[in-house]
Design a binder for this molecule. Structure first.
Ligand code: PLP
Length: 453
């Protein structure tokens, strides 16, 4: 998809990528990092920009899949990590320490639905633990998730994340997104259509005695907002039917304000999974929620290895562990990020600049007669090549994805870094000036795409 000129500028990336293929399957460390004909290989970063091995500079709108809300190498993060290392005299203690408490207390203050937290290494592990807690709590083993919603690459949820097109009158059919998954997964994971309350209700009601947890991204893929009543209805239904409601706020947490999508929409889940922004550029996940559910993973309540009785109540053992859980350097980066995000007007400025970018892109698309619009909330959006409403993954599948991919190649060539077909996330380093520069580059890319140079 790259032009001949761009291939010339990025010959170093091509060469490094080919070499990497000798040691890494497909030359990458995660499937999502690959794109055709070869992913760009980076060697440095600076505020809003990435710099590749050929020295090309890109304004970064991928931002490590949305994690870097402060941009690259924020000086406060760098300083905090250095001083934590120096003061503690170690990278990690492998024991309880004070930062675990500090972060826990802060999260409980910021998220009204969170009473206790447990740390993990990633968003995926947070989703996994949340589901384990939920099914242990209800004693019901099956779960429900939504079509097109991503919660990590473990079997239970790697179902219908990338579905095929279907007729809207038919319910989604659970399909495994990877080879190597056990067949029974698609029987144990029910798939629901986002923003379709009628079908969702009917499906859940049919499986009311089996479904222990309903997990969803309150804003699908971080950019498709829920219909106004959708989350509230889901909350009512899950409460009535004894299903634990899990909000996976790995993308939306600390992007839609300090209390995430749940604060924004005023709906309290039972459990929440957090990650990305919270780690300040380091790998961190958190599960938080109602204390009686969270307490299931307490070693005081039926140890993880042995089932014991305490307080006269028999608790089932629920094991969860991780060598580096609550890692002090990661929590330092996370706490520093939250301190900066708590400052006045940070979210206001971020959202205003994001809106400026979105409106500018839409005006340019219109000017050049291309069908397309931005869809998003807060500081995340996507560019969907359609004029139809976008309310769920099926609408994205029906958009002109081939056109979007072509456009992405021209955007890369113009120095706008976005993973093809993926979302745009903004950072505080995307100042008004950088947004203006992005729009100039965007227009040059569109001119090339349409041949109107
Ligand atoms: N949940 C959501 C909503 C995500 O967007 C992601 C990652 O993109 C995950 C879970 C998995 O998080 P991680 O990549 O940190 O394992």
């Amino acid at each position: 998809m790259y032009t001949t000129a761009f291939k010339k500028y990025t010959s170093g990336s091509s060469r490094f990528y080919q070499e990497a293929c000798q040691w890494l399957p497909g030359g990458v460390s995660a499937n999502i990092k690959y794109f055709s004909p070869y992913p760009l290989v980076m060697k440095e970063a600076d505020g809003p920009c990435l710099i590749d091995v050929d020295g090309n500079r890109y304004i970064d709108y991928n931002l490590s899949y949305g994690a870097l809300i402060l941009g690259h190498g924020h000086p406060a993060i760098v300083a905090a990590i250095q001083s934590q290392l120096q003061e503690a005299g170690t990278t990690t203690f492998g024991t309880p320490h004070l930062l675990e408490q500090e972060m826990g207390q802060l999260l409980v203050q910021l998220y009204p639905s969170i009473e206790k937290v447990r740390y993990t290494h990633s968003g995926m592990e947070a989703a996994l633990l949340a589901i384990r807690l939920a099914t242990a709590w209800t004693g019901k083993r099956k779960i429900a998730k939504f079509e097109g919603h991503y919660h990590g690459s473990f079997d239970q949820v790697l179902v219908s994340v990338n579905p095929s097109q279907r007729s809207r009158s038919q319910a989604p059919v659970p399909t495994a997104d990877s080879y190597g998954m056990p067949d029974e997964i698609t029987k144990n994971t029910l798939v629901l259509p986002f923003n379709d309350m009628e079908q969702t209700k009917a499906l859940l009601e049919k499986h009311v005695h089996e479904i222990g947890a309903v997990i969803l991204e309150p804003v699908q893929a971080g950019f498709i907002p829920p219909d106004p009543a959708f989350l509230k209805e889901l909350r009512k239904m899950t409460r009535k039917w004894n299903m634990v409601l899990i909000f996976d706020e790995v993308k939306t947490g600390f992007r839609m304000g300090l209390s995430g999508a749940q604060g924004f929409y005023g709906v309290s889940p039972d459990l929440t999974a957090l990650g990305k922004v919270l780690g300040g550029g380091f790998p961190l996940g958190v599960v938080g929620g109602r204390k009686e559910i969270m307490e299931l993973c307490s070693p005081l309540r039926g140890t993880n290895i042995l089932s014991t009785e305490s307080d006269g109540v028999k608790y089932k053992p629920l094991f969860h562990s991780g060598t580096h859980n609550g890692h002090p350097l990661i929590l330092t980066a996370g706490l520093t990020t939250l301190q900066l995000l708590k400052k006045d007007k940070v979210y206001r400025d971020l959202e205003q600049n994001t809106m400026k970018l979105r409106r500018g892109m839409e005006q340019i698309l219109e000017q050049y007669g291309l069908p397309g619009k931005t869809v998003g909330v807060g500081s995340i959006f996507n560019l969907v090549m359609t004029e139809q409403p976008v309310r769920q993954i099926q609408d994205v599948l029906q958009s002109d994805q081939a056109l979007r991919k072509k456009l992405d190649a021209f955007l890369l060539e113009q120095g706008i870094y976005v993973k093809p077909l993926n979302r745009f996330s903004t950072a505080i380093t995307h100042t008004s000036e950088i947004i203006g520069e992005t729009l100039d580059r965007f227009e040059r890319g569109i001119r090339k795409l349409t041949g109107k140079e």
